[in-house]
Design a protein around this ligand. Structure first.
Ligand SMILES: Nc1ncnc2c1ncn2[C@@H]1O[C@H](COP(=O)(O)OP(=O)(O)OP(=O)(O)O)[C@@H](O)[C@H]1O
Ligand SMILES: [Mg+2]
Length: 258
């Protein structure tokens, strides 16, 4: 029997800025319908690597990405016909919620109209469904025309999630999505991620090991050597947390280093 390809297969990925490598030789496999956590100390290149998965860093001055990435068995360049399509299908959520400085309604309408056309009824229905899916509809249905920036941080982050989910991504990249939120708001996002994994592949960069323990199905552990990051160990979450193979992983997960 042929196994389905992983959602993401990275082979020997390197990211450098101005000729200086910040991560080298990253080979990793991220499963579909799973939470794939990336953990490791600050500065070891987690965000740089994550951004390479939907080519978000290619326009940064001096940034070079090497190696290969396959998405569902297709080379990154062939996976989507354009960068817009790639980033719709492989969506990114950042640490600081980044809604457009427009109304809640426009935050949803702009990407939906771009993708699905101008049928107002359809756009309104899709917008409502996405806002419901992140538990935000009841909180905003009576103030859709207020600026999104007036929402709380947690609500803004759920709006950003709704905006991404409305476009039906296959992969969701999340770069410390709860670290700027209070525990209650973070808990809501965690709950959502637990639900979303039945529909897509999630790649979650987190500093919060307790969060990784709660959510992760697989763990990829980045560490630093000679000034750049690399993957020290990866595998099923249970193995990595309970019986890591490498000395450095044991020390990190026991809280002795990093
Ligand atoms: N646009 C950039 N230009 C130059 N150097 C950069 C750029 N972005 C990141 N770097 C460098 O790349 C290295 C890795 O940074 P990155 O943000 O990927 O690490 P990280 O593991 O995500 O850290 P943190 O956990 O603090 O978010 C750092 O030394 C950083 O200074
Ligand atoms: Mg980072």
């Amino acid at each position: 029997m042929r196994h389905a390809p992983p959602a993401i297969l990275a082979h020997n990925v390197t990211v450098a800025f101005g000729g200086k490598p910040v991560v080298t030789g990253v080979s990793a496999s991220f499963l579909d319908c799973a939470v794939n956590a990336i953990v490791g100390p600050s500065g070891c290149g987690k965000s740089s690597f994550l951004s390479a998965l939907n080519c978000l860093n290619e326009s940064l001055p001096g940034c070079e990405v090497g190696g290969t990435v396959e998405l569902f068995g297709a080379r990154l360049d062939r996976f989507a016909p354009s960068r817009e399509e790639l980033r719709r299908s492989v969506a990114m959520i950042f640490q600081r919620p980044a809604p457009f400085p427009l109304s809640i309604r426009r935050n949803m309408e702009i990407p939906l109209t771009e993708h699905f056309g101008r049928n107002r009824r359809e756009i309104a229905d899709r917008s409502e469904a996405a806002l419901k899916s992140v538990g935000l509809w009841a909180e905003v249905e009576n103030r859709l025309d207020l600026p999104a920036t007036q929402l709380s941080g947690g609500q803004q982050q759920r709006l950003c999630l709704a905006r991404a989910l409305a476009l039906e991504p296959r992969i969701l990249l999340l770069d410390e999505p709860t670290s700027a939120l209070d525990p209650m708001a973070a808990g809501l996002i965690e709950e959502l991620l637990g639900e979303l994994k039945s529909q897509m592949s999630l790649v979650l960069v987190t500093h919060n090991l307790a969060q990784a323990r709660r959510l992760a199905d697989t763990v990829t552990f980045f560490w630093m050597k000679d000034g750049h990051g690399y993957v020290a160990e990866s595998g099923p979450a249970e193995t990595i947390f309970n019986t890591p193979r490498e000395e450095v992983s044991r020390a990190y997960f026991a809280g002795h280093i990093g």
